[in-house]
Design a protein around this ligand. Sequence first.
Ligand SMILES: [Zn+2]
Length: 258
Amino acid sequence: MPVLDLLCRDARITRVTLIEPDVYKPHNVERHLFPASAVGQTKARLAEQWLQERRPDLEVHTLVCDLLDPKVQDDIDTAAASADIGVCAADNEPAKFHWDALMRRHGKPWTLGEVLSGGIGGFVHWFAPGGPCYGCVASHLKRAVTVEKPKAPDYSQPGGAVAETTIPASRASIAAIASMHALITLGLLADGVSYSPGFTSLLWSLQRVPDVFEEAFRPYRFRIPRMADCLICRASEPSSAEDLDVALDQALARLGDA
Ligand SMILES: [Zn+2]
C-alpha cells in the first residue's frame, strides 16, 4: 500500500490493477494508511477508495483473489498483458516465483520490495525481460548475503518455519524501503530497457545488527547476472540458435560429469 500510494501520486501513472485477497484486520492498523474503522473491508476496496479520493482520473481495477488461484489466471493474464510494468510486494516465496513467471511470460519489467524481519533493512530488486529471473536473484543472494541466516529471517516469510523469530517491521522501516521501491519503479518505467541504476538488487540497512549489518543506513548494491544454468528462466527462453547450442553443450557437459 505505501508503494501504491507513492506511485499513484505520479501523473504518469494512469491505470492500475490491484491483486489482493486480504481483509483489513485490527493488527494491520498500526502499519497501514487506513483507519481502525475500516477493519473488515477488503484491502483491495480500501486501496481503490484511497486512490480515487486522491486521483479521480486514475483508472483502478481490483482483483480480490489469491495470485495463485487457478480460477483467476485468465483475468490476471489479461491484466498483465495490458500493463506497462509489474510491482510486487508479495510476502511469500511461491507468490514471488509465480509473479516472476507471469511477468516473463508477458515480457514485462517489474520490481519487488522486501522488508527484512524487525525492519532492520530491506531489498529492492528490478527485473527486465531477458535479464535474471527472481530464481537467479534469490539463488545468488542466498550465497552472498548473511541476512538469510535463520536468526534474521526474511520479513517476507512470516508464516514460515521461522515464524517465532519473525519480528514485525515498523511503519517507518516499511516506508523507507517502500520509498526506494517506488523510486526504482518510476525510474524503470521511465527509462525502460535503458534503465541502469548500477545494481539489479539494492540492499539497504536501517539498523546496525551484529553479524548482519556492520553499519546502519548503508546501501549494498548487487549486480546479479542471469545464471546460465537457471532451471527457471533457462527453460522458458532458449530463444536463439546460439542459446540452444549453449544449453545443449551444458547439458552434455553435465552428462559427461555424471
Ligand atoms: Zn533465472
